[in-house]
Design a protein around this ligand. Structure first.
Ligand code: ARG
Length: 463
């Protein structure tokens, strides 16, 4: 083995082993965990007072520098945790060596990542709630704005724009709940698990857990250092959120497409085509949809990393960070764009009405009316209205214009002289069952959603 080969190998080991270029964002969380650890070590009589004070001084200084945007950590260190220990050595000398007592990088790294995840859950939840709020505002404003309701992307029945906005708000509210579960399920501190077996020092894991804002310490040191359940839960909740955002993006792309033209987006949220000057492409919505791919992929990445690992820590687990960071960053971008879309999109009220007011779109309402008012069994009523539609098409008339004599020809019971109100407005107003599209229900649902959002925010603040 030549010296050249060995130095090449060392460089290759560095290259594959380093996480310093992306784990720097964990520095504030390493500092928090380290400070809680030092405080406990001193209280337990494990670390002398002057060494503990020195460590706190060094960590405070680092925190301050990071907060002011400086980056004093050595970029050549293998990871952020090593870089912080090295930094402390340059600042306070040999006392820095006390910090490694009764801990390992294994429990430290996963604790820092849990703390980071908790903060990200807070950030994302705030944005998800803001998105739902923007949709609730649209719903309140447009509780009575009639638009086509689609199934199979075919116009099915008139609905209200407010009802549609609340449909998405409902999905996003559930995503906020899912994010909450991520924390509730893993509200535990791994600190003190040390390398994998715990430690012989008389540490107090409860106090460290509490000072870091966790409900309790983890129960099993072996599991704690290798478990990434919290990360997978975060990625799962993130994937669910990305799915909802992607569908919302797809909806916006469809609504704003030119022949559809149900909504308008402001100039700031569209781009023009380099080739075709008349175009207004809904790029923000398309990217929300497109970026969901990487968020779904990140979940798959970490599942695949973890699936073959027996207990406990393996270096494979260092690969947990990039998918997590990317999911959080991508969702922040997508949520911010979605909030702007939800706030600034404007329904084209006339186009919506015209599109929903297709001939025969309310034929179902006529069948309902025959059943309700004329006591004709619904299946039969449905069949009679099908006949009326056929007849109306043949005579190029709307249902309301079909003369009584023609109707009598289909069935004696259709020879009524008063014609039911089957305008699109009457249609939506009649669908006032709980959860229905009627303006009265939409206003009620928007108010209910608002109070759920307020409740959610209050609960999050009380944590
Ligand atoms: N950078 C490592 C990670 O994130 C830290 C833990 C290293 N532990 C070890 N035993 N090599 O996974």
């Amino acid at each position: 083995m030549s010296a050249d080969e060995r130095s090449l190998a060392a460089r290759r080991m560095d290259a594959i082993g380093t996480s310093a270029h992306y784990d720097r964002r964990l520095a504030p969380y390493d500092i928090a965990a380290s400070q809680a650890h030092v405080t406990m070590l001193h209280k337990q009589g494990i670390v002398p007072a002057d060494a503990a004070a020195g460590l706190h001084r060094g960590l405070d200084l680092l925190k301050e520098q990071i907060e002011t945007g400086a980056d004093p950590l050595d970029p050549a260190a293998e990871d952020v945790h090593t870089a912080i220990e090295q930094y402390l050595e340059t600042q306070i000398g040999a006392d820095a060596g006390w910090l490694g007592t009764a801990r390992a990088r294994n429990d430290l790294a996963v604790t820092a990542l849990r703390l980071w995840t908790r903060d990200q859950v807070g950030v994302l939840t705030g944005k998800v709630l803001a998105l739902a709020e923007a949709l609730a505002t649209q719903a309140k404003q447009h509780s009575a704005t009639v638009m086509p309701g689609f199934s199979h992307l075919q116009i099915a029945q008139p609905v209200t724009f407010g009802h549609v906005c609340l449909a998405y708000a409902e999905t996003f509210l559930r995503d906020a709940e899912r994010l909450r579960f991520v924390l509730a399920l893993q509200d535990e501190s791994p600190m003190g698990s040390a390398a994998l077996a715990g430690t012989g020092f008389p540490i107090d894991r409860e106090s460290v857990a509490r000072s870091l804002g966790f409900a309790r310490p983890t129960a099993n040191s072996l599991e704690s250092v290798g478990d990434r359940g919290f990360a997978l839960d975060f990625l799962t909740a993130g994937a669910s959120l990305a799915l909802g955002l992607s569908r919302f993006g797809a909806e916006i792309v469809f609504w704003s497409s030119q022949p559809v033209g149900l909504i308008s987006l402001p100039d700031e949220l569209v781009s023009s085509s380099a080739a075709l000057p008349h175009k207004r492409n809904p790029d923000a919505a398309e990217l929300i949809r497109g970026k969901s791919g990487r968020v779904l992929g990140n979940l798959h990445t970490l599942q695949t990393v973890v699936k073959g690992l027996p207990l406990s820590y393996f270096r494979d687990l260092q690969e947990d960070k990039e998918p997590l960071f990317d999911t959080a960053d991508t969702l922040v971008l997508s949520l911010d764009a979605a909030i702007s879309i939800a706030t600034l999109m404007r329904p084209n009220v006339d186009a919506m009405r015209a599109a929903s007011d297709l001939s025969f779109v309310t034929s179902g309402d006529l069948a309902d009316w025959l059943t309700r008012e004329r006591k004709i069994p619904f299946r039969e009523a449905h069949h009679l209205v099908t006949e009326l539609v056929r007849l109306a098409k043949e005579h190029r008339l709307s249902l309301g214009e079909l003369p009584l004599e023609l109707r009598r020809g289909v069935d004696e019971r259709l020879a009524f002289s008063e014609w039911p109100d089957i305008t699109v407005y009457a249609s939506v107003a009649s669908r006032d069952s709980q959860g229905g599209t009627a303006p009265s229900r939409v206003l009620e649902a928007a108010a209910q959603l608002r109070s759920k959002l307020a409740e959610f925010t209050a609960r999050a603040a009380a944590r």
